[in-house]
Design a protein around this ligand. Sequence first.
Ligand code: ATR
Length: 277
Amino acid sequence: MSDQYAVIGNPIGHTKSPLIHVLFAQETGQDLTYVPIEGPVEPEHAFAETVRQFIAAGGKGMNVTAPFKLQAFAMSDERSERATLAGAVNAMKFEDGRIIAENFDGVGLVRDIEENLHQPMADKRVLILGAGGAVRGALLPFIAARPGELVVANRDVEKAKALVNQVMAGDFLRACEYPELESMGQFDLVVNATSASLTGQLPPVPSSVFSPTGSAYELAYGKGLTPFLRLARNAGVQGVADGVGMLVEQAAEAFAWWRRIRPQTRAVIDRLTVPLA
Ligand code: ATR
């Protein structure tokens, strides 16, 4: 029988993960199945039971999406450092009766920015908007990319400060409120990791942070030019991107972790890309 993998979330109808992993399997010649599972939201223990049933049926690994990333973290036996900082898990491997947990969202994001968009972060001024789960997942991989300055801006600045204090990476990393950005000049890269775009909103970021020669990255994908990307475009930024590349790259990380072979991502990204207009 083929090795079995799945993505679990609720709702799950929108997921692109099965398509991505089937394309990776074809390209690398791996024999596997990958199915979407709509996980139960209630009662609380039902999520873990569903995962355990999948393992009992021979499942080898699972991706986890909203709203289960914290529950997946809680039920894991081993967690990577980046999953621990995020407090959230987006990929699990089932091995010798143990659940090993990872969070590839941040590495996928950094890889998309550096490899696909050709924007190395080393020594650059980088601004991340938000301090929720997405930023917690991204912070360690961003720090590993050695930016010259890394600023985390959030409406609730205490949340951003707590996160920055937790990693204690050095003076290049700091938290601030949105109004402070007015006097901080231009950044080479501005990443919108807030959930504002999901509701068509714009984080209160001043357009002075954008550099025409820099880039703007929106974590949400398939939403065209969001208010954030529009603001960046209007400020003259040429390099604007949404999160489709991150989605494919985090999937590639999970695939490589499970199968010990790294798939090519370019053709899959091209296939899933919805033009920004
Ligand atoms: P996720 O796990 O997707 O990151 P989350 O943990 O709920 O979701 O975090 C959402 C983030 O988006 C938070 O940083 C939130 O800011 P606050 O912590 O100040 O609430 C941010 N956010 C949501 N809507 C926003 C908006 N309209 N403008 C600015 N930030 C917003």
